[in-house]
Design a protein around this ligand. Structure first.
Ligand code: TYD
Length: 140
């Protein structure tokens, strides 16, 4: 089973000139089908509150700080603070996420599929139900 992890993308450049970071399919756990970004989220707002059936993502804080709490189907929790534009957070399918932004944060997401509302699990109870489906069954 895949677990969330940070991916360190290389920085091209130097302090006097600034930096460039590149993400391309050859360096990712999936092929990119969609890119989206979010911005101007007030810092008292929590976003997310969903999981995905199939979608895999790599998420960057290209500016500001973005804090993630991820919960796996087995109840394991992972916390990540994204503060560097060259660090991507890989989120496999089936992770419930809660996201907090600094006001200047810009989140950029590389996603494995185009947008499809049916791929969202928006009710926490449905996510917990997934957990019971995924538990290994002991066979007689
Ligand atoms: P959502 O993924 O729920 O945002 P967040 O988890 O950051 O709160 O998306 C917010 C709204 O935008 C929702 O109505 C669906 C829509 N949306 C699209 O139309 N296309 C997309 O690619 C995404 C990511 C969202």
């Amino acid at each position: 089973m895949s677990v969330p992890r940070l991916i360190d993308f290389s920085k091209i450049g130097k302090p006097e000139l600034g930096y460039l970071t590149v993400a391309q399919n050859s360096g990712l756990p999936f092929r990119i089908e969609r890119v989206y970004w979010t911005y101007f989220t007030p810092d008292e707002v929590l976003r997310g509150h969903h999981a995905h059936h199939d979608l895999e993502q790599v998420i960057f804080a290209v500016s500001g700080q973005i804090d993630f709490e991820l919960e796996g189907v087995d109840g394991t929790k992972y916390n990540f603070a994204l503060t560097r534009p060259n660090i991507g957070l890989y989120i496999p399918r089936h992770y419930w996420r809660t996201i907090r932004f600094s006001h200047n944060a810009v989140l950029m997401c590389l996603a494995s599929h185009e947008y499809e509302e049916a791929d969202y699990i928006r009710e926490y109870a449905d996510f917990k139900h997934l957990q019971s489906i995924e538990k290994p069954r002991i066979l007689d």
